[in-house]
Ligand binder design. Structure first.
Ligand code: ATR
Length: 264
């Protein structure tokens, strides 16, 4: 019987996850299919029942369900508990487990850059910002700061995760070696021409990381690149969180280069 996988979210919109995972199943010759399942918040408990009974072999979880699924599972990984969000459901024997591969996805492209600067600044204070702070901590970046338009949210994350909150207005004065945008500024649509950073405030040697992947080169990344900074696109985070999911589900590591080419 064909094994079933998929992604839940609401509104789900366009997602590259089916492309990645269905290609992956083909690569390893697994009889499986991955679908997009738009799911309203009221439907989460029902969905988890379906996962258990049908069964569904694994699922990606995206906004707004990343927290809601947590109490419905048999086990959470330490990582998922620390991040406070689940983006992956998988089976360990007869236990339905929740993992978070967003941190893995965020960290992987930075590890590939080798020696990193000693300071990082996270812009935004939503779920992705939390994952970014935890990622930078795992990378051993000694000085981590967070800035958000609504300062209280940055302060809450800062005090919980023992990093420093700084004023949104002062974000470009921090001398940060890595700047990670987790806000929707620059995302296609109304915000496409927006950027969280002034073009003349990039310093050579900085790393500009945007978790936005639509468009692939946001204004933030284009201007950082033009100023001589290294840039990391949100596509890399997407790719690596997806490869980590695939490995959890199948035990197989997909070819990273092939997967990137597919998504591009
Ligand atoms: P996610 O879970 O994906 O991180 P989120 O929880 O909606 O998404 O967080 C979005 C972040 O982008 C928030 O920190 C938000 O700032 P506020 O806390 O002030 O709302 C930030 N953000 C959204 N639009 C913004 C804008 N126009 N300028 C600056 N920050 C913005």
């Amino acid at each position: 019987m064909t094994a079933r996988y998929g992604i839940i979210g609401w509104p789900l919109g366009h997602t590259m996850s089916p492309t990645l995972h269905n290609w992956g199943f083909g690569q390893i010759g697994l009889d499986a299919v991955y679908k997009a399942w738009p799911l309203e918040p009221e439907g989460v408990a029902d969905f988890i029942r379906r996962v258990r009974t049908e069964p569904i072999m694994g699922a990606s979880v995206t906004i707004p369900h990343k927290r809601a699924v947590m109490p419905l599972l048999d086990r959470l990984t330490d990582r998922a508990r620390t991040v406070g969000a689940v983006n992956t459901l998988y089976w360990d024997g007869d236990q339905l487990c929740g993992e978070n591969t967003d941190v893995t996805g965020l960290v992987a492209p930075l590890r590939q850059l080798g020696q990193l600067p000693g300071s990082a600044l996270v812009l935004g204070a939503g779920g992705a910002a939390r994952a970014a702070v935890i990622g930078f901590r795992e990378l051993g970046v000694p000085d981590i700061r967070i800035a958000n338009r609504t300062p209280d949210k940055a302060r809450a994350i800062a005090s919980e995760l023992s990093v420093r909150a700084v004023a949104w207005e002062a974000r470009m004065d921090q001398g940060a070696g890595i700047v990670c945008n987790t806000t929707p500024l620059g995302m296609s649509g109304d915000l496409a021409q927006a950027t969280p950073w002034d073009a003349d405030r990039f310093e050579p040697g900085m790393i500009a990381y945007d978790i936005v992947y639509n468009p692939l080169r946001t204004r933030f990344l284009r201007e950082a690149g033009a100023a001589g900074c290294r840039t990391v696109s949100g596509l890399e985070m997407f790719l690596h969180q997806g490869l980590a999911q695939f490995q959890l589900w199948t035990g197989h590591a997909l070819d990273e280069g092939g997967a990137r080419e597919l998504l591009l």
